[in-house]
Design a protein around this ligand. Structure first.
Ligand code: A3P
Length: 296
């Protein structure tokens, strides 16, 4: 047990840190009960790595023939409601939907580390997209995010405390570096099953990456779709500016602790430069260079 980022203590389970009431129960339940289908799609990430964005993009790619631009669900539904989280929404009491009765292809999201994934997910051969992000930006993003949650129960966490917790691995579904490393190694062994991408690559090269994602998901864009600029439309629909300004992503929330707008802050690469001291950067970079030398 360790004091975590919010009032609740965090605990270690299978080598990773969890808030017992915010995720762990769902992970354990999913490990026991989830029945995978070969055509399931999983978006997996560390928290604050661009999950909301990738949920929207994957949903946009997979469902592109079902809707017209003006009736698209992403215009009226929060990305987290289009692609539910395993541990927070589907395997909790009461679940937001009956997992077994969702139509195929089902799209799920989770932060579960590779070594703790429910076995049927690996056995079924379904597709996994893993997104990660520069840990320094993840840390800053989480620090802001949890300031909103903490304000109700605790004084703000100082940045020094946040860096210390994060560097010691105490972070939901972390250590961050171990979570990324598990999927990185697995993606090298099995690139047809695991598409590994960074937030920074997505930002830098959105068009090419969205096309690659569609190919990986077995739904490549046809010449006609390319001519009709469908790729550009999906990118625009899922862009930070567009999503953040939609009414549905401003106020509502299924979660009583924060509103939907908490998932849209700056949406930029490198905001850590405005916050972290050289000492903090050195401490974080040292771990990254040791554990993930070829990614960041
Ligand atoms: P910042 O806090 O750095 O702005 P997650 O969805 O995994 O919780 O990650 C949240 C981070 O992704 C936040 O980063 C948020 O602003 C950013 N984000 C949300 N939607 C985005 C989008 N459509 N494009 C780019 N970044 C997005």
């Amino acid at each position: 047990k360790e004091k975590g980022w919010i009032a609740e203590d965090m605990c270690l389970y299978e080598g990773f840190w969890y808030q017992p009431m915010h995720g762990l129960a769902g992970v354990m339940f999913a490990q026991e009960h989830f029945q995978a289908r070969p055509d399931d799609v999983f978006l997996i990430s560390t928290p604050k790595s661009g999950t909301t964005w990738l949920k929207a993009i994957i949903f946009g790619i997979m469902k592109r023939t079902c809707y017209t631009n003006s009736t698209h669900p992403l215009l009226t539904t929060n990305p987290h409601d289009c692609v539910p989280f395993f541990e927070f929404e589907l395997f909790k009491e009461p679940p937001v939907a009956d997992v077994d009765n969702l139509p195929s292809p089902r799209i799920f999201a989770t932060h579960i580390p590779y070594s703790s994934l429910p076995k049927p997910i690996l056995d079924s051969g379904c597709k996994i997209v893993y997104v990660c992000r520069d840990p320094k930006d993840v840390l800053i993003s989480m620090w802001y995010f949890l300031a909103k949650v903490r304000s109700m129960e605790l004084p703000p966490l100082s940045l020094e405390e946040a860096v210390d917790l994060f560097s010691r691995g105490i972070f939901g579904f972390g250590p961050f570096w171990d979570n990324v490393q598990g999927y990185w190694k697995a993606s090298l062994e099995c690139p047809k099953r695991i598409f590994f991408i960074t937030y920074e690559e997505m930002k830098r090269d959105t068009f090419v990456k969205v096309k690659r994602l569609a190919e990986f998901l077995g739904q490549p864009f046809s010449m006609e779709e390319e001519r009709e600029r469908v790729v550009e439309e999906i990118i625009e629909l899922c862009s930070f500016g567009k999503l953040r300004n939609l009414e549905v992503n401003k106020n509502g929330s299924r979660n009583p602790d924060f509103k939907n707008d908490a998932f849209f802050r700056k949406g930029e690469v490198g905001d850590w430069r405005n916050h972290l001291t050289p000492q903090m950067v050195e401490r974080l970079d040292q771990i990254t260079n040791e554990k993930l030398p070829s990614i960041f």
